[in-house]
Design a binder for this molecule. Sequence first.
Ligand SMILES: O=P(O)(O)OC[C@H]1O[C@H](OP(=O)(O)OP(=O)(O)O)[C@H](O)[C@@H]1O
Ligand SMILES: O=C(O)c1cc(=O)[nH]c(=O)[nH]1
Length: 247
Amino acid sequence: MAMIETKASPIASYKTAFLESCLEAKVLSFGTFKLKSSRISPYFFNAGNFHRGDVLFSVATAYAQTIINFLASNPSIAEPDVIFGPAYKGIPLACTVLLELYRLDPETWQGVSYSFNRKEIKDHGEGGNIVGAGLKGKNVLVIDDVITAGTAMKETIELVNKEGGKISGFVVALDRMEKMPGPNERETGVDDKQPRMSAMGQLKQEFGVETISIVTLDDLIALLKSNSDMGDLSRLEEYRQKYLASD
Ligand SMILES: O=P(O)(O)OC[C@H]1O[C@H](OP(=O)(O)OP(=O)(O)O)[C@H](O)[C@@H]1O
Ligand SMILES: O=C(O)c1cc(=O)[nH]c(=O)[nH]1
């Protein structure tokens, strides 16, 4: 298998292919971006740009393969009853990834459902804010696009708990490997320079939930090191050093 070798870790070829398709589709771009956490980032992952048929298919395949390997290598994870995609960008991901899981292994996935939340509660028609399968008593595998400070993840945990479901795992495309924000960071935008865990690490420690990503910031940096035309390596390394989580 073709591998890009770095000093810290080799990148598997499927990760390289995934990152390259994200760059080609402008899902990954370089510049100056304000994040939800109020951090100013030199790169951004916009899953809204997964919209073209061929890109969506290869993305769904990358998630599905990651999920299959994740479940096979963690036998303690309960088999999911529901794939849940948090609004908005998780919505097409939950649907397309479930379809691809079913295509790859119909026997295992035929009885599994998807669902997602509405950001606003609907008070007419069927009502409520869950669309698709209900979560009560279900093992729920959450699929989202990217994790930074874990705000979306925390909201999803609260929502799934409120609906009576149990999160069995959490899968994202990109783990930005960032420490959780300091007490006033969201309001002030100022980093307190204290070491802290990542949101993914916190999810495991606090709730015992296993997490996985298709790629990480380190994979992206390794790819940029192998091809200096692709992005702004030095700004990414500087950002990594500033916000890298302790775990
Ligand atoms: O780990 P966090 O700090 O929460 O950041 C990552 C989240 O932010 C974005 O969602 P956003 O809340 O902007 O919603 P969207 O899907 O509607 O764009 C992104 O899709 C992740 O879910
Ligand atoms: O942290 C965020 O707000 C964020 C980062 C990123 O890369 N992509 C995104 O959609 N949100």
